[in-house]
Design a protein around this ligand. Sequence first.
Ligand code: NAD
Length: 245
Amino acid sequence: MKFSGKTVVITGAAVGIGRASTVKFAAEGAKVVAIDLNEEQLNTLRREITDQKGEILTLVCDVSDEAAVQSAFEAARARFGRIDILVNNAGLWRYFDNFLDVTTEHWMKLFNVNVMSMVYCTRAALPDMLESGWGRIVNVASVAGVYGNAKMVPYSATKGAVLSMTQALAKEVADKGVTVNAVSPGTVTPAEKMDYYTHQESSANYMRRTGSTMENADLICFLASDEASYISGQNIQIDGCRRTI
Ligand SMILES: NC(=O)c1ccc[n+]([C@@H]2O[C@H](COP(=O)([O-])OP(=O)(O)OC[C@H]3O[C@@H](n4cnc5c(N)ncnc54)[C@H](O)[C@@H]3O)[C@@H](O)[C@H]2O)c1
């Protein structure tokens, strides 16, 4: 199996892209640490993985709280040892407002959850990767960070920050066996569907459909695998050939 002997930490693992990724990593033999705020869905995820004989540790943790992140990674190491792969997926995006109506508090919240969480988790995981000489970091950004979305100015800005952080860190660690990449989903089938393979109609792209959570998980797992060993500092858009005009 592709990830035998590897430990992966996935944030925002309870639903959506994070959940599909957790299921796929576990099916490919990884020991999975699933972090989220949503305890109820983490519990259903744990049952789903253990029913399939996968190995999982679920941790309720607010990834925008640095001390909580440090405790979560200590618990992860106590259970599975070294962290090999980090998927920074947790994010807030369901807010739509005119730029002039967005409060400073909201800006700070989005930056704390969408950007600083990645700083805290990466800081917690990277030393293991540098020590072992092998590591994979996959940051979930968005097409909003590439093109900018009206009524989503703060969100777009956070994802732009994720993309530049990805490129810059990739250069710092490129000769140490650690790759850092981003994926930028377009329109994803709503997480509430709790179905990893469903598509819906969408006018946002030339394929005229949403991407399933498992299509996104497939890309994340590829970038985290040995097969992607010569890819770093990249952003891969997964958007069904998005309409940009
Ligand atoms: N769904 C889309 O159409 C889409 C498009 C582009 C990018 N994305 C990005 O993909 C990622 C996942 O989005 P999704 O739509 O699959 O899932 P989602 O937004 O439905 O759920 C995200 C998960 O993150 C968790 N989370 C939120 N804040 C957290 C915190 N502070 N600490 C811990 N966990 C927290 C939530 O509880 C939830 O389980 C996000 O980064 C999002 O910005 C999604």
